[in-house]
Design a protein around this ligand. Sequence first.
Ligand code: MEV
Length: 324
Amino acid sequence: MVEPLADAAFGYAPGKLLLFGEHAVVYGQPAIAVSIDRGIRVAVSALDGPSGPVMRTSGLGLAAPVCVGPEPAGPAVLQRALTRLVELYGTDVRELQFVVDSAIVAGAGLGSSAALSVAMIRGVRRFLTLSRDDEAVLAHALELERVFHGNPSGVDHTVIARGGALSYLRGEKGPQFQRVVLGRPLHLAVGVAGPHAGTKRAVSALRERASRHGAVYEHLFAGVGMLAREARTALENGHLAAVGELMNVNQGYLNALGVSTPAIETLCHVARERGALGAKLTGAGGGGAMLALCDGDAAGAVASAFEDAGFSAFTTVVSNESVG
Ligand code: MEV
């Protein structure tokens, strides 16, 4: 862990899981997403000189600091995110350092880039003593998300900023989201198949495939949308067996869309064998994470089975009290 300076202002944001509707949400279908109980903390403090901003990280797999200014260093995408922050909040940001502490595996579909975006915006706003303006946080976090993902649907940073469970639609007149009031808490086991090739790449490769068979893919996206609508009712009524069944069907669609992998399929198979109610990949796919909905305490046994099969895993519980 990198120690922040004592006079730091903090921003925190949780990670997320997509329960239903990833990819189809880019094409105007509803998705259901939840925030999780692990996230990213950013401490913002003054730099010694106006030569930044600088970002120091732990948990993101980076050994050296990210710098913009006279001596740029670190991954270009993070440099661009820092530059965008200067554009959004002014040149004072050049005199700041951001100390990032992540408890979310990066590049696995768990929302690390959206959580980083929201936590950075919250931290910089607190440091600059700006108001706690939820709409500004959403709008500016989307600007950072665009640096990471090009043209995201907005579901990730929205659920991360709002917390809990949401139904999200990228409507023609802008995003629409509604809280999903869960009839029962969700006990989830999450398995990580490994890093994925990146959300931007997965979305553009799918767009290319879809362009070759427009009507077929439109049908697939509409089917995923239908699942998300039906799942919302089942979630609100606490019919977890039905939610699990719909997850299994969603995984079939994700396979048809070409974003599943053999490792994800293995994890889904292990989960179902161990009695999970349903299992599917979560996020962009092409690697990354999957989730299994379990009946209460069974989540621990399913996560252990993932580890026995050679994957990393954790459990999480999503309830109406989960906050962003
Ligand atoms: C990534 O978490 C979700 C995708 O649907 C992309 C997006 O919504 O922008 C794959």
